[in-house]
Design a protein around this ligand. Structure first.
Ligand code: NDP
Length: 448
């Protein structure tokens, strides 16, 4: 695959040279630049003023040691990151990921995507991301607390309610956000909205827990409605069984669909009667167990080792909600052979470029992560509003705002794709709509 514009193709080469051994970042940049060929042709001023060059270079990369003591008294050392990618339209905003696979390239890809996603929400938030190669799995609550306190001891020097506001991501849920928030407050003596995804009794927003999964389904429903269809009566396959997967399952079910799969990194379950979500919540959110436990309570359901097989299950709609590059070309072909009509991404960059090409060339409706999972960060921005105003909103008010934001993202992506000659291409539409707002703000603020 190549970018059909000399300047952008050259820029892509420079990105690869300047960021060696970071394939996820290269993949994310390629997808955006490929979509921006028409924009570069229509707006030579962006090239003259170095906007494309600037947008692929983080404003700041912070990398630090995180020392902590485990339950046996042994010192452990992890690596922490925060990449403040772009603040043209608002304070940096984006989650923290705690997972052993985290390295600079993963945080860079996520931070880069976050710029466009945040712009698409229509809210004033810039792009950033952070995390650590710490693995919370199998750690005691006290070990997680000590790690979070050490991580925040350094991070607190670089963030603030009007500077950079982190949230959760893989491996960072309510427990971790609580420990991080407690340490920030202790170090700075400030009770401010410096993190989102907080508990409801200390500044959190209703609907934030549900937001990414619900938002994904609101976007998907808008897309399906636009094509004379809906979730109602459809069979849905979901991968993952974390925050995004659980609330995608809840909303898809509320909208009349039957969800038949969920997974974790070890394997997947198939329940043809429809997933028992109360059980999944108990196993994953409360007991922190593996998804394989599900079949102990539902012997009629099946557990299969290996997470990739989840895409072999026949469905109308697929919602990948686990991790990057979890849905490759072969899986896309199988889904298509099995008659899938729509794929919407809950995770960040879960489909490989080859898988996306399969969907797009076979008439499958395809909603890209930047657009479809923006409901999480949008609701985080609503949490920031509530924290600044010191006034919590009702569940209904936040949910209605989330739904309207997701419907607008779908509409704006469609319009942007059409305007630049790529009608129906929601990947290009999201990239273009997200880019234009940031690019114009960068132009207005000068070379900074
Ligand atoms: P969680 O940690 O709550 O859940 C992650 C899920 O994905 C788990 O089921 C996990 O299984 C599975 N998973 C993680 N890594 C892998 C892997 N390498 N292979 C297979 N399965 C894996 O995270 P979230 O639900 O919050 O995040 C899921 C995705 O959604 C990520 O891509 C994240 O960036 C994205 N996202 C999240 C948002 C949010 O608000 N939380 C907002 C926007 C995007 P296991 O337990 O075995 O690791």
């Amino acid at each position: 695959m190549e970018i059909k514009n000399e300047y952008l193709a050259g820029l892509m080469e420079r990105v690869i040279k300047r960021n060696p051994n970071e394939p996820e970042f290269h993949q994310a940049v390629f997808e955006v630049l490929e979509s921006l060929v028409g924009v570069a042709e229509a707006h030579p001023e962006y090239i003259e003023r170095g906007v494309f060059e600037s947008i692929v270079e983080p404003e700041r990369i912070i990398k630090f040691r995180v020392p902590w003591v485990d339950d046996s008294g042994k010192v452990q050392i992890n690596r922490g990151y925060r990449i403040q990618f772009n603040s043209a339209i608002g304070p940096y905003k984006g989650g923290l990921r705690f997972h052993p696979s985290v390295y600079e390239g993963i945080i860079k890809f996520l931070g880069f995507e976050q710029i466009f996603k945040n712009s698409l929400t229509g809210l004033p938030i810039g792009g950033g991301k952070g995390g650590s190669d710490f693995n919370p799995k199998g750690k005691s609550d006290m070990e997680v607390m000590r790690f979070c306190q050490s991580f925040m001891t350094e991070l607190s020097k670089h963030i603030g309610a009007d500077t950079d506001v982190p949230a959760g991501d893989i491996g960072v849920g309510g427990r971790e956000i609580g420990f991080l928030f407690g340490q920030y407050k202790r170090l700075r003596n400030e009770n401010v909205g410096v993190l989102t995804g907080k508990g409801l009794n200390y500044g959190g927003s209703l609907v934030r827990t549900e937001a990414t999964g619900y938002g994904l389904c609101y976007y998907a429903e808008a897309m399906l409605n636009d094509h004379g269809s809906s979730f109602n009566g459809k069979t849905v396959c979901i991968s993952g069984s974390g925050n995004v997967a659980i609330y995608a399952c809840e909303k898809a079910t509320q909208l009349g669909a039957k969800v038949v799969t969920m997974s974790d990194s070890n394997g997947y379950i198939v329940d043809e009667n429809g997933i028992d979500l109360d059980l999944v919540k108990q196993l994953k959110e409360v007991e922190r167990k593996r998804i394989s436990e599900y079949v102990k309570f539902h012997p009629e359901a099946k557990y299969h080792e290996g997470c990739k097989g989840v895409w072999n299950v026949k469905c109308d709609i697929a919602l990948p909600c686990a991790t990057q590059n979890e849905l490759a070309e072969d899986a896309a072909k199988t889904l298509i052979e099995n008659g899938v009509m729509a794929v919407c991404e809950g995770a960040n960059m879960p489909s490989t470029p080859e898988a996306i090409a399969q969907f797009q060339s076979n008439g499958v409706l395809f909603g890209p992560a930047k657009a479809t999972n923006a409901g999480g960060v949008a609701t985080s921005a609503l949490e920031m509003c509530q924290n600044s105003g010191r006034h919590p909103w009702t569940f209904e008010a936040v949910d209605a705002e989330l739904k309207s934001i997701m419907e607008n993202i779908y509409k704006n992506s469609c319009e942007a794709a059409k305007k630049y000659g790529m009608e129906g291409n929601l990947v290009a539409g999201a990239n273009i709509a997200g880019f234009l707002k940031v690019a114009d703000a960068m132009m207005a603020q000068g070379i900074v």
